[in-house]
Design a protein around this ligand. Structure first.
Ligand SMILES: Nc1ncnc2c1ncn2[C@@H]1O[C@H](COP(=O)(O)OP(=O)(O)O)[C@@H](O)[C@H]1O
Ligand SMILES: [Mg+2]
Length: 332
């Protein structure tokens, strides 16, 4: 049964073994077992989330170059027949296997939103994969579930979206420091085969990666950069996120002009925080100074947090191992 249906069907979930019901669960031994079983059950259920797209391009403030770059690649999917049959790309580009778009750029610039907007424009559902979840799960189960997910995407013509895909896209290194690294690499190798065999659109969202894994990069048709908003886009974002109904003396031009190097997410959060403060103080309006304080706090806390990074360590596994993971269900 496709995994997506397993996720949405609560009746099916009830068939999962009920663990922890026995009285002996209080002793450490059975507690250990319970945790173990729960982890495996999590691996079955948490590989991806199936959704109707939540946003359209009308909801996102983007630079023209970013928007145009996305629309250019989408043409491949919207006018596939025309391009490949009428214009003959089907012959000249028979071996064209790239099917991925990598949306990259700073956090909070609208990459996840754009993935939804792309799915919406193409009239498809979106299957969001949380790769950091996968990394932490029991590897054997995870690989099988990934195969099921790709099958399900094919069957339902859904778009697979690897959000926060930095670890997935970054290069594997050959020194391996823990068994987790081995597991993660095994999953990555399985994924690479699946991505290789999949000829429909796959979306990735990542921050700035300096060390791309060439095996993944070969599958990416386009890299689309998401920039922090310039002044005119910051103006649109402030205006968009301050609700019409909210009483305020905000000077949106000034906010847009004065505070740069901030993202759409920062602006959205600043508006919320300013409103919370005004409500708490029972102020009759959300004052300009509240917006300024809120955005300054956000800028300041980010400055304090810079320099904290993630360390990724990976290893390559054998092709034999990857094949065993498919159990004869290797995609055609
Ligand atoms: N370009 C944008 N236009 C409109 N809202 C934005 C934009 N970028 C970020 N936001 C706001 O910030 C939130 C987080 O954006 P998200 O798409 O998750 O960013 P990213 O995936 O790039 O980290 C969104 O839900 C939205 O409220
Ligand atoms: Mg995101």
């Amino acid at each position: 049964m496709p995994l997506g249906r397993r996720i949405s069907s609560s009746a099916d979930n009830q068939k999962e073994p009920l663990v922890g019901a026995s009285e002996t669960q209080k002793d450490l031994n059975s507690l250990g077992k319970r945790i173990d079983t729960q982890e495996n059950a999590g691996a079955t259920l948490n590989v991806f989330r199936e959704e109707e797209p939540q946003y359209s391009f009308n909801d996102i403030v983007l630079n023209k170059s970013t928007y145009d770059a996305i629309q250019d690649v989408l043409t491949l999917y919207e006018r596939k027949e025309f391009l490949f049959d009428t214009w003959g790309l089907g012959e000249s580009h028979k071996k064209q296997k790239q099917s991925g778009i990598n949306l990259y750029g700073a956090s909070g610039t609208g990459k996840s939103m754009a993935a939804h907007a792309i799915a919406k424009q193409l009239g498809r559902k979106i299957l969001t994969v949380d790769y950091s979840q996968i990394e932490s799960k029991y590897v054997g189960e995870t690989s099988k579930n990934l195969v099921a997910m790709f099958d399900y995407a094919r069957e339902t013509e859904s778009i697979i979206f690897f959000d926060e895909a930095d670890a997935l896209l970054s290069k594997r290194v050959t020194d391996m420091s823990s068994s987790t690294d081995v597991s993660v690499n095994q999953t990555r190798s399985v994924l690479l085969v699946l991505i290789n065999e999949f000829d429909d659109l796959i979306l990735f969202a990542s921050n700035f990666i300096t060390n791309y894994d060439p095996a993944f990069m070969r599958r990416i048709l386009a890299h689309v950069k998401f920039d922090l908003p310039d002044e005119s886009n910051r103006f649109k974002l402030w205006r968009m996120y301050i609700p019409r109904a909210m009483p305020t003396d905000a000077n949106v031009e000034l906010l847009a002009q004065k505070y740069d190097a901030i993202s759409g997410a920062d602006i959205s959060n600043a508006v919320l925080n300013a409103a919370l403060k005004a409500a708490r103080l029972q102020s009759d309006s959300v004052k300009q100074s509240y917006f300024e304080e809120a955005i300054q706090t956000i800028i300041h806390s980010r400055e304090e947090n810079t320099g904290i990074g993630k360390c990724v360590s990976k290893r390559t596994v054998s092709e034999e191992y990857v094949k065993t993971q498919f159990e004869g269900r290797l995609p055609k």
